[in-house]
Design a protein around this ligand. Structure first.
Ligand SMILES: [Zn+2]
Length: 263
């Protein structure tokens, strides 16, 4: 088996949107890597950024460890993620370090610009990590392949205009919800922050409901939806279907929407 990299913006993005699929891949022998662009340093109502970053990096490391994954922090800062050279280099450093066959990241359309910029940076890194003359600032070995690239669903399961994203497939994670919840619970600092800032009574319940809504679209208890990048360079076939078989339900046509995904 090969390596998969789930590269999100914040510590907990992967746990909300793609952890069930990662656990399925881990069970099938894939080497799992989780990376975050930022240290989540603004995600607390009272602690100073340095303290909250240290706490959140440790939470992310423990969540990754719970499924045997390796955690990488790309070195960025909350609310500062830019499509610029320093951030491009950060993204490529992680991409070259892991050299994945399969990459997941935030979708290009989501409620927070940091998520969207991370999506662009990871997409770009997946494409340019193989360019020998691209200098990412530290000695690295260029990759020698284009990975499969998938975006997970938007945080609210819609774009900023309330429209469903054009998912290409949905993965049944019903049997993995226990492990997914356990990973998210490692991000204990977010219980307080998301209650304060996003008015969430229980952040793990928000994740459970999102997974449930995505499951309703394919008639299972819990699911995670993805959009595959199918443009120049990247492989066009759906490797998730090949690996996961009937657990991966392909949706015909990029504009297909799932019923029952609005609250
Ligand atoms: Zn986030």
């Amino acid at each position: 088996m090969d390596r998969v990299l789930a590269f999100g913006c914040h510590p907990d993005d992967v746990e909300f949107q793609a952890a069930g699929t990662l656990i399925l891949l881990a069970e099938r022998g894939w080497e799992i890597h989780i990376a975050t662009m930022t240290g989540g340093e603004l995600g607390h109502p009272t602690l100073p950024p340095q303290q909250i970053r240290a706490r959140r990096l440790e939470e992310a490391r423990r969540a990754a460890e719970s499924i045997g994954a390796t955690y990488h922090y790309a070195g960025g800062h909350d609310l500062e993620v830019q499509y610029d050279s320093p951030y491009r280099r950060r993204a490529v450093r992680v991409m070259r370090e892991v050299d994945p066959l399969l990459v997941f990241t935030n979708p290009p359309m989501d409620y927070l610009p940091d998520h969207e910029e991370t999506s662009r940076l990871v997409r770009n890194a997946a494409y340019i990590a193989s360019i020998p003359n691209y200098d990412c600032g530290v000695p690295t070995t260029p990759t020698n392949r284009f990975p499969y690239l998938y975006y997970w669903n938007a945080s609210s399961l819609t774009d900023i205009f309330g429209r469903p994203l054009p998912l290409s497939c949905v993965v049944d994670i019903s049997d993995m919800m226990g492990g997914k919840l356990a990973m998210l619970r490692c991000h204990e600092s977010q219980r307080e922050w998301l209650a304060h800032h996003n008015n969430y009574d229980d952040y793990t319940e928000i994740m459970r409901k999102r997974s449930e809504r995505q499951g309703q679209g394919i008639g299972v208890a819990y699911a995670e939806g993805f959009i595959q990048q199918r443009s120049t360079g990247h492989p066009q076939d759906n490797i998730l279907k090949e690996i996961l078989g009937e657990l991966c339900v392909e949706l015909p046509g990029a504009a297909t929407s799932l019923p029952g995904r609005h609250t």
